[in-house]
Every structure is written in C-alpha cells, then in structure tokens.
Design a protein around this ligand. Structure first.
Ligand code: GLU
Ligand code: ZN
Length: 317
C-alpha cells in the first residue's frame, strides 16, 4: 500500500549510511561503526550518507553534530550528498504516523513506565535488568479498527503500534547469521511517538532509510534487536528492506559497550599519527588483515588498503 505522496525517490546502486546521534563526539566504538559502514560502501562502489539522528532532543548536545563531522573529516571518512538532520523531517514522521492511524494500526497509551512495571509484576513477568520491557497491552483497544482518533487532539499519550498476536521477524545478517525474533512476545506493541510528543528512533530511522533509498545498513550489534521492528514497519509502510550487517561491539574492560554514558573518550583529530593508530585499532576490530603498518602512510592510503582488506575480512560468516 505505498502512498505516492510519501514514496521514496528512486535511487540507483548501493546506498549506505552512518547515522550518529549527536549526544557527544565519536569514540572508539562509534568509529568502528563509521569505518565499517564507510568501507562496505566504498568496497561496493556505493554512496555513503551521513544522517544526524537528533530527534531525541533532550539527549542532544549542542555542537556535537559539527564535532562529529570534523572528526569524520580528520579520519578521511568523507560522505556523499548533503548531510541530513532528522529534526528537519518531523513532517515526514507525522504523515507516516497519520497513515498508520488511518490504517487503524496505532493507538494512544497513557501508561507510565511505573504502571507498566506494576502491570508486568501483577502478571508475574517482571523484566530483569537490561531486559526489554514488553508492553502488556494495557491500553490496547478491545477491537482494533473501531476507534479512529485524531492524533493531535489526544495529548499526553504515547502512540503505540499494534502487533499481531504472533509476529516473528527473520533476517540474514552478513556477520551474525540468521536472526529471528518473536516481536509480539519479546517486544510488544512499541512506541512510535512518545508522550512528550517526540517521535521515536524506530519510526524516524525507517522513514529516513526509505526516503534516502538506503540499500545497506551497517551498524553496531547493539542495534540488531531493533531490526525486526524496523522491518515490520517497512512491511506495513510498503518500503523495501535494506540488507543488514551488524558489526561487533567495542567493549570496555568491564565488558560493557563503550558509550557516551560510560564517558568513552573522544577519538583524537589533531595528531595524524594518533588518527592512524585509532584507524588501525578499528580496522583490527573489524577483522582486517595485512594492513600497512608503517608510519609514513597517509590516512587516504591506509583507507585504500583497508577497503581492499574489507573484501577479504574474516568477520563475514
Ligand atoms: N542513531 C543511532 C545511534 O547512534 C544509530 C541508528 C542506526 O544506525 O540505525 O545509536
Ligand atoms: Zn498504556
């Protein structure tokens, strides 16, 4: 059921992207995602786009987008086409939400995190730490398709996507192999617009990947569990699925993912030798072998060699 008004523009060939959230500068972990997606695009003679995912405004840091662009340039990771900022596409997300409402696939939810946890506890299914909080369907209408409400007349409610009772999503990841997730049981009806009115990552990323004609999504393994949700949204919105490839995460000494929350340090940009050293570390993490290790090599030369090495990388299953 593609809607001509919302149909993504036609694009040709491989189109990849790097989609950082501007919550701080890039660190060793985000460099791996940037480098991996860049190498895959270059190895396939494709385009590599940069999208700044700045819709979760309370988490965004002023100037972080400029800093990320400065870092990418210092690392020779040049992007094609104009940079895209999600905050400039709120109208796209709103019209997608309205379409889903016309299809009677979403409903308003006024539960707080606390009431959801209480409901789960009452059902004996309290989630353990770091586990997905599966929404128990408290606000789900008795009969979906009977009430159609005007999204903007309802305030202080989140909008959730109603899932069928047993929805299993499968995909083949080039590194992780075959992946399967029972969305109904492991995720539950998920939020597309939050109570505070902000659109969620799941909705925005699907609209933008489609609008930008992205054919290959290369990103960190921490995002792999979102892929089923995104593919389900692609199905109902009539979009094609990109190919997915999830890269191994960089862990700190405690075995935790490096993140801005754990105060991972920014990758350096001033000293070319430090830049090369970071690139080498990221390359080794990606399983690249036989890379030039001398000091008299430019970043551009290193990236060229790495693009060759990517084609023989041992991380592919
Ligand atoms: N903005 C997301 C992040 O920085 C990445 C989104 C994606 O690659 O799908 O974690
Ligand atoms: Zn609710």
């Amino acid at each position: 059921m593609p809607n001509p008004k919302n149909s993504p523009p036609p694009h040709k060939g491989y189109r990849g992207r790097f989609a950082p959230s501007p919550t701080g500068p890039l660190h060793a972990g985000s460099l791996v995602a940037a480098l991996g997606s860049w190498l895959d695009a270059r190895a396939n003679q494709g385009k590599w786009l940069l999208r700044i995912e700045d819709i979760d405004t309370p988490r965004c840091v002023a100037g972080a987008d400029q800093e990320i662009m400065h870092q990418l340039m210092a690392y020779g990771l040049r992007w094609d086409e104009d940079v895209s900022w999600q905050s400039k596409h709120l109208d796209h997300y709103q019209s997608a939400l309205e379409r889903l409402n016309e299809l009677h696939l979403i409903y308003p939810c006024t539960c707080s995190r606390q009431t959801i946890l209480e409901e789960l506890e009452a059902r004996g299914t309290t989630p353990v730490r770091n586990q997905e909080i599966v929404y128990p369907g408290t606000c789900r209408p008795q009969e979906i398709g009977t009430v159609q409400k005007d999204i903007d007349l309802i305030t202080n409610a989140a909008w959730r996507l109603e899932l069928p009772p047993k929805l299993i999503m499968d995909f083949d990841d080039l590194i992780m192999g075959h992946q399967s997730q029972n969305l109904s049981h492991e995720v539950g009806d998920f939020v597309l617009r939050r109570r505070d009115g902000l659109f969620t990552y799941q909705l925005a990323v699907v609209i933008d990947d489609a609008q930008q004609g992205i054919t290959h999504v290369v990103r960190g393994q921490d995002l792999a569990s979102n892929t089923g949700r995104q593919m389900h949204l692609q199905n109902i919105l009539g979009y094609k699925h990109p190919q997915y490839l999830h890269l191994p995460l960089v862990l700190d000494v405690h075995g935790e993912k490096l993140s801005k929350q754990t105060l991972a340090t920014a990758i350096p940009t001033e000293d070319p030798r430090a830049v090369l050293a970071q690139l080498r570390k990221a390359g080794i993490h990606l399983g690249l072998r036989n890379l030039p290790d001398g000091e008299n090599i430019s970043v551009a030369q290193w990236l060229l060699a790495a693009t060759q090495a990517w084609k023989n990388s041992s991380i592919f299953s």
